[in-house]
Design a protein around this ligand. Structure first.
Ligand SMILES: [Zn+2]
Length: 251
């Protein structure tokens, strides 16, 4: 599963490997092509980055946006290691190829146009456009929603996935079922601080090639690491996602 920091990790790896390299050829299977993909041939990869769970590759004024969702994967390889029917994108470079399998979203177009859509439809990414005041306003604008559900809304918490959501709520000591209107200023502050902290920590661990186990205090756990009590597991409505919380620590 891709969370924002995983998307950033992919971008960092792509940049380390191919930045400055000239695209020799391209193969793409997608309905979201706003320009002829061959426009990118002979252009250099200028930058690779992420915005929320989107991975962005810049070739001069053109942009490739990818979203891996649950099943997409990116490999650097000269030969296809998976069936060709699963290939969504191949970028051919001199030293190696970048191949994307199964990704549901591959969009290619003018960088400015895709950026405009992205920045107006996605919320705050703690790794990109962190702005606590704006985030606070966006949260407070959703008074009737459960905080556990709001954390998955990419229009507000851009890049937060299910693991981070559970860990943020545990550290902020907030029950996922509470509505925004019931939260104190201090709780919202704790929530925002932990959102940023955990995204950075997640990326840091991934960059070191380590698993994210050190930050898992509640996700997939049975006993609370803080109080020793039993952790409750259920699927929260309306999102239906795996939810873990400690009834003693999270009020
Ligand atoms: Zn506890």
């Amino acid at each position: 599963m891709t969370e924002g920091p995983t998307a950033r990790l992919h971008a960092i790896r792509i940049e380390r490997k191919f930045k400055g390299d000239v695209l020799q050829d391209i193969f793409v299977r997608s309905k979201k092509l706003h320009v002829d993909a061959r426009c990118l041939i002979n252009k250099k990869l200028k930058k690779a980055t992420s915005f929320g769970k989107n991975i962005l590759l810049y070739f001069n004024d053109y942009l490739i946006r990818m979203h891996l969702m649950m099943y997409g994967s990116i490999r650097f390889e000269k030969e296809y290691s998976k069936p060709f029917s699963r290939v969504r994108l191949t970028l051919f470079f001199a030293k190696d190829n970048l191949i994307v399998y199964n990704a549901p979203i591959i969009e290619i177009g003018k960088a400015e146009e895709i950026e405009n859509i992205l920045y107006s439809s996605y919320g705050i990414d703690p790794l990109t456009n962190w702005d606590k005041n704006r985030l606070r306003k966006m949260i407070l604008g959703e008074r009737e929603r459960k905080i556990g559900d709001l954390l998955l809304d990419q229009h507000i918490f851009n890049g937060i996935g299910n693991i981070l959501r559970n860990e943020i709520l545990f550290r902020a000591m907030i029950n996922p079922e509470r509505k925004v209107k019931e939260l104190s200023d201090e709780e919202i502050e704790r929530l925002m601080e932990n959102t940023r902290y955990l995204c950075k920590k997640f990326l840091e661990l991934k960059l070191k090639g380590k698993g994210i186990k050190p930050i898992l205090l509640i996700y997939n756990q049975k006993i609370c690491k803080r109080c020793g009590g039993n952790i409750i597991f259920y699927r929260q409505e309306p999102n239906g996602r795996k939810t873990f919380y400690c009834p003693s620590c999270q009020k």
